[in-house]
Design a protein around this ligand. Structure first.
Ligand code: HEC
Length: 278
C-alpha cells in the first residue's frame, strides 16, 4: 500500500516536473524574438486560454465539492451560503467559492471576468440574460463550450458547461427552497461558467497572468476559509495540515491544496502547452 502511494507520489512529482520543463521551455527559454519583430507576440487565441482556465477551474471546483464539502460534511464541517457574514463560522458553498475567486479577479489588474450562471438558478441574479441566455439554450441542445464575441462590450466570452459532478450538487439544489428546479439528477448540465476577456488573443505572459490571478483568487478564498476555521473553539476544530477530510477531522492547508490542484491540473496544462509548442 505504502509503495503504491510512494509510486503515485513519484509519478506526480515527475509529471509536475515535466510540466515545469514544458512551461520553462515555452515561456522562459523559447528563442528570443528576431530583431525588428514585436517583443511579445500573441501566442494563444483567447478561446484557447479560456479553455485552459476553464479546465483549471473545473478541477478546483470538483476537488472542493467532493473532497472538502462532500467528504467534510460527514466529519462535521459546516458550509453556508452566508459564510462571508462575520457572525457565521462556516466554509463557502461551491458556488460561493467560485464567486470569491471571481471577486478577486475583478479586483486584480487582469481584465478577466468570471461568472457562474444557469437557466434554473437558486439566486435570481445568476439567471443568464440576453446573448448568454441564447448561447446557453444552444448548449442545452448540444453540451459543448460556446465561444463568441459580445457585440455590446466587444469582449470575447467563453461559456463552459457546469455539470452536477457530485451527489452534493444535486441534493443541495433540489432541497434548496430558492431553487428554480427540484429534479436535478447526477451529471445534468446545471449551468455554465462564463469567462470574459477584452481581447481575442493573448501573449504567453498574459496567459500566465490570467492563470496566476485565478490561482491567487483560490488562495485568497482558502485563506479566508481557514481564518474562519481558526475561530472554532479548539476542541471542535478540524486539524489543518497535510491531511484531507477523507482521512478524518482534517482540512488541507494551502500548500496541500495547492499540491493536489497542481497534480490534477498538470495533464491538461501539459497537453495544452505541448500542442501550442508544436
Ligand atoms: C450545499 C449546497 C450546494 C452545493 C453542494 C452546490 N450548490 Fe450550487 N449553489 C448553491 C447555492 C445556495 C447557490 C446560489 C449562490 C449564490 O449565488 O448566492 C448555488 C449556485 C449555483 C449555480 C449558479 C446558478 C444558481 O443556481 O444560482 C450553479 C450553476 C451551481 N450552483 C451548480 C452547482 C454544481 C455543479 C454543484 C456541484 C459541483 C453545486 N452547485 C453544489 C448551493 C449548492
Amino acid at each position: 500500500m505504502e509503495l503504491v502511494i510512494m509510486r503515485q507520489h513519484r509519478f506526480w512529482a515527475l509529471l509536475t516536473a515535466a510540466t515545469a520543463v514544458a512551461l520553462t521551455y515555452l515561456f522562459a527559454t523559447a528563442p528570443a524574438p528576431l530583431e525588428g519583430a514585436p517583443a511579445a507576440r500573441p501566442t494563444l487565441s483567447t478561446a484557447e486560454a479560456l479553455t485552459l482556465l476553464a479546465h483549471e477551474n473545473d478541477v478546483t471546483r470538483t476537488l472542493f465539492t467532493k473532497a472538502i464539502v462532500g467528504q467534510g460534511k460527514p466529519q462535521g464541517l459546516k458550509f453556508s451560503e452566508h459564510w462571508a457574514d462575520p457572525m457565521v463560522i462556516a466554509g463557502p458553498l461551491p458556488a460561493l467559492f467560485l464567486r470569491g475567486v471571481a471577486a478577486h479577479l475583478a479586483e486584480s489588474d487582469v481584465p478577466l471576468g468570471l461568472f457562474l450562471g444557469s437557466d434554473f438558478p437558486i439566486e435570481a441574479s445568476n439567471q443568464f440574460k440576453g446573448r448568454q441566455a441564447e448561447e446557453f439554450a444552444a448548449m442545452r441542445e448540444a453540451p459543448a463550450p460556446r465561444i463568441f464575441q459580445d457585440e455590446a462590450s466587444g469582449d470575447l466570452i467563453g461559456m463552459f458547461p457546469d455539470y452536477a459532478s457530485a451527489p452534493a450538487c444535486v441534493n443541495c439544489h433540489n432541497d434548496h427552497k430558492g431553487s428554480a428546479k427540484h429534479d436535478w439528477a447526477l451529471n445534468d448540465l446545471m449551468g455554465a461558467t462564463t469567462w470574459s476577456y477584452p481581447k481575442d488573443s493573448v501573449t504567453t505572459d498574459e496567459f500566465l497572468g490570467m492563470l496566476r490571478a485565478y490561482r491567487e483568487g483560490v488562495a485568497a478564498v482558502w485563506t479566508a476559509y481557514l481564518a474562519k476555521v481558526d475561530q472554532i473553539p479548539a476542541q471542535d476544530r478540524p486539524t489543518v495540515g497535510p491531511h484531507w477530510p477523507a482521512d478524518g477531522f482534517f482540512l488541507p492547508n494551502l500548500a496541500t491544496l495547492r499540491d493536489s490542484l497542481d497534480q490534477l491540473a498538470a495533464p491538461a496544462l501539459i497537453h495544452g502547452v505541448t500542442r501550442l509548442a508544436s
